[in-house]
Structures are given as C-alpha cells and as structure tokens.
Design a protein around this ligand. Sequence first.
Ligand code: UT7
Length: 328
Amino acid sequence: MSIHIAGMGSCIPSVRMTNDDLAKRVDTTDEWIRSHTGIGTRHYAADGLRTSDLAADAAAKAMAVAGVAPEDIDLIVLASATPDYFGFPSTACIVQSKIGAKNAAAFDITAGCTGFIYGLDVAASMLASDGRSTALVIGAETLSRIVDWEDRATCVLFGDGAAAAVLKKSPTEDGRGVLHSWLRAKGEGYEALYLKQPARETAFGRDGDYSRPAKIEMDGKSVYMFAVKAITDVMDNLLSKSGMDINDFKWIVPHQANLRIVQAAAKRFGLPEDRFYMNIEEFANTSAASVPIALSEMAEKGLLAKGDLVMTMGFGAGLTYGGTIIKW
Ligand code: UT7
C-alpha cells in the first residue's frame, strides 16, 4: 500500500498588494519589509470572499489534476487559522457542500501555520485504515481579515490564499508517497501568537467588548527564535527517523514566514539556499496555505518529478511544528 499526492491545485486571490501599496496605509517601507522578511507582495481575497471560497476553488483544481470526481472523496481535512466561522461549523463542511463531495467526512484542523503538515499526517493515517481511498487536504486562509492594521510589525507579513492536495491510496507498494511525518507542539508558548478576542469566561455575562474585531497578536522576536530552532529540530528528527541524508532531498519546502529563518537553517545544514523552495517574495506568509501553495506552484512549474524526495516543514501558532517526507 502507498499513499501519494495525486494532484494539487491552488487559489491565488486577485488583489495584489505591493509593499509600496501598503506603505500608503501603514508607516512602513519596501526596504524595511524586504530586508527583514524577504516579502515583496501579498495577495488578498476580494471583498465578499471567504476562506471556503478559496478552498473550494483550490480543491476543484486539485481534483481536476488528479482526475477524481467529487463523489470519490472520502475525507476532507481543512487546515486554517481563519475559518469562515470561528468555532463551528467547520469550513471543511462548507467546502464539501460547495464542491459536491457528498460521500466525504469533513473536519477542520487548528494547528496554525503547521496545519497542512498536520493535515497530511491525519489524512494519510485515516486513509491507511479500511474503506477509504481518497482524501482532500486543504490549507486555506484569509488572514487579511484578522490582521491588526495598527501594528506595522505584523500587518505587513500576511497574505491570503489556498491550496489543496488529493491524497490517494493505492494497493501496490511502489515506494512513493507520504513516507514519514514528525509532529510536535510547545503549548507553553501559546501566547506568543494568538487571535486576540474577548474572553468567554462567564455563563451569564459577556465580558469584553464584542464590537471590536479579533486581531492577530504576535511576539515577533520569541516566535522568530522558536522558528529557527523548530526548523532545525524538524530536519534533524526527520533525518534520524528516516535514516536518509539531507543530500538525498531534491527540495526542502518550508513554511514561508521569513526568508531569514530559512537562511539560518540553510547555514546550519551547510546547504545551498536554493535547495529550499521559496515564494515568500510574491505571496508573503499565508499560514496553513503556504506549504501547499509552494508545492502546487512547484508541480505546475514541472519542478517535481516522479520519485523526487521532498521534505516539507512548518511552524507557527500553538506553538506547533513538524514536517513530512514525501517521495513524489
Ligand atoms: O507564521 C508564523 C510564524 N511567524 C514568524 O515566523 C514571524 C517571526 N518573527 C519575525 O519574522 C520577525 O520578528 C519580524 C519580521 C516580525 C520582525 O522583525 P524584527 O527584526 O524582529 O523587528 P522588531 O520587531 O525588533 O522591530 C525592529 C524595528 C522597531 O523599531 P525601533 O523600535 O528599533 O525603532 C520597529 O518599530 O523595526 C520597526 N518596525 C518596522 N519598521 C518599518 C517593525 N515593523 C516595521 C515595519 N516597517 N513594518
């Protein structure tokens, strides 16, 4: 048995904002953003669109590439920090309805920017059990709806987007597919990156000002330090778990949070920076969507050949971190 990615698709929203565009609204400069993060532009969903709209579009494209019909989907796992509804229903259920995947189970995963990596492991494990053969794993975000426009240190970092992978189980073992996964969390750091909103701590009173929108709150420095350590921990542990050598990998596809974090990891492993696939310059940080958007773009550009070894990795709110080894 093997469980492999049979197709990928992405949805890149139409509103493209350059650093100079943002500098008209926020006290910042193209020079600061580029030199501190590597970001040049980001894309925002047009007014009226929600996370499920981007996710459904990406899912339809992935299904077309994989050649599967909506009724073939047994499972939809959607990772997002910006679901259509905070709490319930799951955005996965809304996507199920939009794409007509009437035979699917559907649920969301909350694992911050590591969401797609967690989702791959969950879906692959569920496919391995009886009676399921095809899953959609989706990372989808509309972070433009929750950034704090008064906080220049965070609002410039994020973008919207979605991408989906069709995971298929095949009865024959051909050595391809999702081979290894390593997931962790450091829950004690949960306050370093969270969605600030009124507390719900009493039954009969509603404490807090519910008229104020929820906003991203991040301690950038401590998340940065966590991320640099997380990325190297993920690489070390995936290598020791798999017995593989870092030089066996055609590509390392990291979460696109900050170019400097990836440069630090490349240095630590003595790897050329171009072994890490980066598209942060165009899309900024799209949280759970960043790794699948990168994979989808690579597949479209013909950068992923059958049998190529790919390492993915993520880190983010939770604080979560983890990675996957995929033989394409
Ligand atoms: O996906 C989830 C994971 N998230 C991350 O991985 C993010 C991790 N953190 C980071 O990438 C970095 O901490 C940031 C990019 C968020 C910030 O970079 P930094 O080098 O840590 O900057 P800083 O917050 O220490 O700010 C340095 C200076 C400050 O000015 P003063 O106090 O030195 O005068 C800030 O006010 O830069 C200023 N600054 C800005 N200036 C222009 C902060 N943001 C901006 C801005 N434009 N957008």
